[in-house]
Design a protein. Structure first.
Length: 237
């Protein structure tokens, strides 16, 4: 089995699909959790406290990190295999569809952008939250002098997205994630052998709808917190 997963092209794609499915499920959970910050900042803080430096949250963080490493590592391996087999062509798909030609040929580039955005996100949030709890720090001093608790996630969201450039960077990140997911989610079904003429349009629609839902959920939080701090009407409310 290990040889099949490491040496076979189908096995490598299977690992990519399974790790991708795991990451999509996590992204859905993370997006849903973030939307709570709009509805109830107090409720979001309660979730952040529950998912702090507890053993189950730490175990989940380790598994998530491994999932990212496996997914990106196998993406590099498959890309190198494709280069060797077909020159500079990348992800080859068995079903032609003009609308995904750009994203399908640039999955690695999109993945790198997503990975860079993840690094920035970890700096903005994880380093100020779970990491601080692990270091037994009960207060975090922000650059503006504001002191917050590592579990005060809503305050960190407000602090981060008060600046327009952070909003722009995150929206670019979310757009790259949208492109990556629209092709990646469909590719998972293709690897499972579901991409026939009957199911192809349905799976494409499902992939686009899910990617759009994730994009809108994440983007709504970023835009909401920026507007709420800069719109006079919102500030008055």
């Amino acid at each position: 089995m290990s040889c099949f997963l490491c040496n076979s092209s189908l096995g490598k794609k299977l690992v990519m699909s399974l790790s991708g499915l795991f990451l999509v499920l996590f992204i859905l959970f993370h997006m849903s959790m973030n939307v709570v910050a709009i509805i109830s900042p107090e409720g979001y803080d309660a979730i952040c406290k529950f998912l702090g430096a507890n053993w189950y949250a730490l175990a989940g963080t380790v598994v998530l990190a491994l999932g990212v490493l496996v997914h990106f590592g196998y993406a590099l391996i498959l890309t190198l295999d494709n280069y060797r087999a077909r020159g500079k062509q990348r992800y080859a798909v068995t079903t032609k569809e003009p609308g995904v030609s750009w994203s399908s040929k640039n999955m690695l580039v999109l993945g790198v952008i997503v990975l860079l955005g993840l690094g920035l996100h970890l700096t903005h949030f994880w380093a100020k939250m779970q990491l601080q709890e692990l270091l037994d720090n009960h207060e975090v001093v922000l650059c503006n002098g504001q002191v917050v608790s590592p579990t005060d996630g809503a305050a960190l969201i407000a602090y981060t997205f008060k600046e327009w450039y952070n909003v722009v960077i995150y929206l670019v990140w979310f757009v790259a994630l949208w492109f990556h997911l629209t092709h990646g989610i469909w590719s998972m079904f293709q690897t499972a052998g579901c991409a026939n003429d009957t199911w192809y349009p349905r799976l494409k629609f499902a992939a686009n709808a899910l990617a759009t839902l994730i994009f809108l959920g994440f983007a709504a939080v970023v835009v909401w917190y920026y507007v709420a701090q800069h719109c006079p009407c919102c500030a008055a409310c």
